[in-house]
Design a protein around this ligand. Structure first.
Ligand code: UT7
Length: 324
């Protein structure tokens, strides 16, 4: 049975950087008080990238995909599966994956979206792994891409300071060498209300609340506990010890969640990739963006054992353990 191996990665960030001070000034104009000090202390976020109105999720996804293909030394025509994880698709349909396929100019291969909010990338990577193991794909593009800023209520300081936009992509290929060793995906829909955007289109109108709403403390606790258990589960499935993990690439929502998780698992903090300070929470894009940063700066190398984890709305969570 072939193994699904990550052989390339890429990313795309909008050009506009918004620092906490910039945001505090913009919110002050709306009589909403926040500060760099509060945001850094509670979340570790220092800045985020915000897409302009002309930029779409599929634009950033296609750009990240091109970079991942170049990194993998493959051309777009080698790709036979495209999976895009996103909560902010360009359109209700066609899927963002179909739009990316068109932008890459490779008609014919399977292309679809996955909606698991901030867990989307690990859901998509696990799905690509299953396709490759089953012999139904040889070279897959797995992308997490979001313009999450479009779902933000700029009058709600509890959420609007937390998120940013961007895209990350990997190329996963069928290989004789070990790649994805194990994956665990979970969801509990009974927690649907603690993190949601309840709007939908009905009769040509937007119905319900279109903005992200979150019970931050409930999400925080659930995130730490579910990711800790998921890490143990995936290690058990793969027959490896936690201490054998070279790099942990967790969902980048809050540095305090990441630190709590690391302490709970007894993981050395030097082994944890953190980009939330620069990118903020980019939902489905956060894990592939962080992975790409750590591959490009030389921390994550070929042969390393990497644990990727996502958690978010649904409630959803999951882990993929992979040999690079
Ligand atoms: O992608 C997965 C999803 N999301 C997450 O994983 C997020 C999980 N949750 C969190 O990261 C944290 O709960 C938050 C960062 C959202 C909030 O941090 P917290 O330490 O739980 O703060 P809190 O909600 O308990 O609020 C503390 C205070 C409140 O004021 P009072 O009631 O104590 O007077 C808030 O009104 O901080 C206030 N506050 C703010 N102050 C300045 C909330 N947001 C802000 C803000 N600036 N932006």
């Amino acid at each position: 049975m072939p193994h699904a191996k990550i052989v390339g990665s890429g990313s795309c960030l909008p050009s506009r950087v918004v620092t906490n001070d910039d945001l505090a000034r913009e919110l002050a104009a709306r009589n909403i008080e926040t500060s760099d000090e509060w945001i850094v202390e509670r979340t570790g976020i220092r800045q985020r990238y915000i897409a302009g109105p002309e930029t779409t999720t599929s634009d950033m996804a296609a750009q990240a995909a091109r970079q991942a293909l170049q990194d993998a030394g493959l051309s777009a025509t080698d790709i036979d599966l495209i999976i895009v994880a996103t909560t902010t698709p360009d359109l209700t349909f066609p899927s963002t994956a179909c739009l990316v396929q068109d932008k890459l100019g490779i008609p014919g291969c399977a292309a679809f979206d996955i909606q698991a909010v901030c867990s989307g990338f690990v859901y998509a990577l696990s799905t690509a792994d299953a396709f490759i193991q089953a012999g139904r794909a040889r070279n897959a593009l797995v992308i997490g891409a979001e313009v999450f800023s479009r779902l933000l209520d700029w009058n709600d300081r509890r959420t609007c300071v937390l998120f940013g936009d961007g895209a990350g992509a990997v190329v996963v290929t069928a290989s004789d060498e070990p790649g994805v060793l194990a994956a665990r995906l979970n969801a509990d829909g009974s927690y649907k209300d603690i993190l949601c955007a309840n709007g939908h289109v009905q009769d040509g109108q937007l119905s319900g609340d279109p903005f992200v709403r979150m019970d931050g403390q409930a999400v925080f606790k659930l995130a730490v506990n579910s990711l800790a258990q998921s890490a143990l589960d995936v290690c058990e499935d793969a027959g490896v010890r936690l201490e054998d993990i070279d790099w942990m690439v967790p969902h980048q929502a809050n540095v305090r969640i990441i630190n709590f998780l690391g302490r709970k698992l007894g993981l050395d903090s030097d082994k944890v990739v953190i980009t939330v300070d620069r990118h903020a929470n980019t939902s489905a894009a956060s894990v592939p963006l962080a992975l790409d940063v750590a591959r490009r700066d030389g921390r994550i190398k070929s042969g390393d054992l990497v644990l990727m984890q996502g958690v978010g709305g649904g409630f959803t969570w999951g882990s993929v353990l992979a040999r690079m």
